[in-house]
Design a protein around this ligand. Structure first.
Ligand SMILES: Nc1ncnc2c1ncn2[C@@H]1O[C@H](COP(=O)(O)OP(=O)(O)OP(=O)(O)O)[C@@H](O)[C@H]1O
Ligand SMILES: [Mg+2]
Length: 289
């Protein structure tokens, strides 16, 4: 492995008060520059793992290291952690609290004690990255769900973290909203942010992630997205379905239409493009049904 572990849990165990043991002796790494998707059934521990990685929960045993340094859970240690790792929770209403979008997004940078012009620059940059500049002065409670979701992500982006951890960021977004978000994440990745997301969508994981981590009852299995998402027994243990792109690749290989080493289609558009340009005789879609 050439990529360094930016964030790493070593031998981490965690159980909730009066709750289940969620992880037990877990070794887990977020590697720099790799898009990582966490997948697993409801209650498998995705949110818990993300909160352990971002310092919101402290492992009962084991340790968390960021850039090779062990995290201390005192004020200074957690502030240092927050400037490196930012978590966006699933429900934006658990995260947003300020009156306006810009105020909410400025909260983190203000809390770091940054000068006003630096705060303003970061807020402008984060609003632009999430394409919500026009909403800057809007009250957060008057926004649509997707707009609140983007505002919550902007708040994390304004901290300029090295690692952005998103808990089910596409849940509740329409197809356009999902595309916009993936475009935004591509932009953040291009500027050096490592992105981790939890999702239930295996097709999204295949398309977006470099690596996937499947949370099964016995272990967390991490590996390259396409190879790991083709392991049917592992998928079954994690309560997940086979991504259709993997099935399409298997069929294409079987039919001799995809060379052994070539990667399969990751989107419907990529599959359609393999068929070549659309034929002129294809039936047109009529508008009156
Ligand atoms: N605050 C809590 N107190 C006690 N138990 C909890 C708490 N939060 C989660 N749990 C339990 O810990 C386990 C892991 O939950 P977690 O929320 O991490 O799962 P998840 O994979 O994020 O699920 P989902 O897909 O539903 O979001 C579950 O058994 C859950 O009931
Ligand atoms: Mg969850």
């Amino acid at each position: 492995m050439t990529e360094a572990a930016l964030v790493a849990l070593r031998g981490a165990s965690f159980a909730y008060e009066d709750g289940p043991t969620v992880v037990d002796g877990l070794d887990f790494e977020v590697r720099e520059g790799r898009a990582l998707a966490l997948l697993g059934r409801n209650g498998s521990g995705k949110t818990t793992l993300m909160r352990l990685l971002s310092g919101g929960l402290k492992p009962r045993t084991g340790r968390l290291a960021v850039e090779g340094r062990q995290v201390t859970y005192d004020r200074a240690g957690l502030t240092r952690l927050r400037t490196t790792v930012q978590l966006v929770v699933q429900d934006p209403d658990d995260q947003l609290f300020a009156a306006s979008v810009a105020q909410d997004v400025s909260f983190g940078p203000l809390n770091l004690g940054l000068p006003d012009d630096e705060v303003r620059a970061r807020v402008d940059e984060a609003l632009a990255a999430l394409d919500i500049t026009a909403l800057a002065d809007r009250p957060t409670h008057l926004l649509s769900y997707g707009q609140r979701k983007r505002t919550a992500i902007a708040g994390a982006v304004a901290m300029r973290p090295r690692v952005l951890i998103l808990d089910e960021p596409t849940a509740g977004l329409d197809p356009d909203g999902q595309e916009l978000l993936l475009g935004t994440l591509d932009g953040l990745r291009a500027s050096g942010t490592t992105v981790v997301m939890a999702t239930h969508d295996v097709d999204l994981a295949l398309r977006w992630a470099d690596d996937v981590a499947l949370l099964t009852p016995s272990a967390v299995r991490t590996g390259p997205a396409a190879a790991t998402l083709a392991r049917t027994e592992l998928l079954r243990q994690a309560g997940l379905r086979l991504p259709w792109g993997i099935a399409a690749a298997q069929l294409l290989r079987f039919q001799g239409l995809l060379p052994g080493g070539a990667s399969g289609p990751r989107t419907a558009e990529e599959l359609a493009a393999m068929a070549g340009p659309p034929t002129p005789t294809a039936p047109s879609v009529s508008s009156d049904g």
